[in-house]
Design a protein around this ligand. Structure first.
Ligand code: DP6
Length: 358
């Protein structure tokens, strides 16, 4: 059963072919999605800033599938990538109940990221977002559908089935995923855009300080699964709902310090949950903690609204409003950059969501 209207299968001798291309950004969660229920449903509602400079561009050529054709050919940054290709085949096979016509086409998919492969930025959100947008675009093209809000919702739904956090990348600025009493029209099935936020967040900065580019010892998917046996899980899910309310209030009225308190609490809770999982694991590095301490000292001594968050890894997302760029830039250059890996930092900010390229 699909949540969406299923289009009829294509005729045996159809000749649908074409090319679409989408750019989809990554996102950084402010309230974290950590723990899930079958199938790809979040254990709690989450909310994220859509980023701007960290994105994936995916292009898809499609044509009628002949028996001799390979279903999917995938290349990443110009090179054939068999392991990614297998993941895409698995993903497409898993969504045929929702878009059955994909079995009748063959696809040449190519993808590239704006950030280096081992930069510590998870690419699954932007890449699954871009692929889902391409699929929905092809469907629009073939079935002559045109409904922008349904298009985004469906792309969000389909990208969630590839990677949960991806479904939030489909909207400008701020998006929430998961049923919450506080967010009208919220759903576990797809993310929704959040509007009516104070203008200070429109161009908020997120500088990602890379302290390690090593592959994570425990993947996010494995980390989510460990929440099933974490003794703090239920308390955590309750906390997330309370945090959502406080955070949204602070984002409506522009109270930056209330915002920062929740966002930092969320980051540390996420990593605390990893540490008390069974088996326990730690993804932070010594320099992660040192950067956190220095950010807190800077905030205390200057009173400026500079905050951090973390995703499931050791790299630090440094969050601040546009009006303190000069002070933060000099602080980062003087006190933080030496703690990064080879001076690596990705200067990103809140962005306007995906764009169609072709
Ligand atoms: C810590 O979306 O990567 O970044 O659904 O298994 O693909 P899967 O997990 P994923 O988990 C993201 C976890 C997080 C928090 C967040 O983005 O909300």
């Amino acid at each position: 059963m699909s949540f969406f209207e299923i289009q009829n299968p294509l005729k045996e001798n159809h000749d649908f072919h074409g090319h679409v291309s989408w750019k989809c950004p990554s996102n950084i969660a402010l309230i974290k999605y950590w723990g899930k229920r079958p199938i790809q449903m979040p254990a709690n509602a989450s909310i994220s800033f859509t980023l701007d400079k960290a994105y994936t561009i995916t292009s898809v050529h499609y044509q009628p599938r002949r028996t001799s054709d390979k279903w999917v050919q995938f290349s990443f940054e110009g090179k054939e990538e068999i392991s990614f290709e297998k993941r895409i085949v698995k993903y497409l096979s898993s969504i045929t109940d929702h878009i059955s016509w994909i079995k009748q086409l063959s696809f040449k998919i190519s993808s590239e990221n704006s950030f280096p492969h081992s930069s510590g930025i998870a690419s699954s959100a932007s890449s699954m977002g871009a692929l889902a947008l391409c699929l929905c675009d092809i469907e629009e093209d073939i079935f002559k559908i045109s409904d922008n809000s349904l298009f985004r919702k469906k792309a969000s739904y389909l990208s969630r089935l590839g990677s949960g956090s991806a479904c939030r990348s489909l909207y400008p600025q701020l998006a929430a995923w998961g049923t919450s009493s506080i967010i009208k029209n919220s759903s576990d099935l797809y993310a929704v855009p959040i509007e009516g936020i104070h203008e200070v967040y429109n161009n908020f900065h997120d500088d990602i300080l890379i302290v390690s580019d090593q592959e994570k010892a425990v993947s996010s998917s494995a980390g989510h699964a460990l929440m099933d046996t974490n003794i703090f899980a239920e308390k955590r899910y309750d906390q997330a709902e309370i945090h959502m309310k406080t955070l949204l209030n602070s984002m409506k009225n522009g109270d930056l310090h209330a915002f920062g308190k929740i966002v930092e609490d969320e980051a540390l809770t996420l990593h605390a949950l990893m540490m008390c999982s069974d088996p326990s694991y730690i993804l932070m590095e010594p320099n992660t903690l040192e950067v956190i301490k220095r950010i807190r000292t800077f905030r205390k001594s200057t009173g400026l609204p500079l905050f951090f968050t973390l995703d499931a890894g050791p790299n630090i997302h440094i969050l601040y409003p546009n009006h303190i760029v000069p002070q933060v830039t000099s602080f980062i250059n003087k006190d933080l950059i030496s703690l990064s890996l080879e001076g690596r930092i990705i200067r990103d900010q809140v962005g306007q969501g995906p764009t169609k390229i072709a």
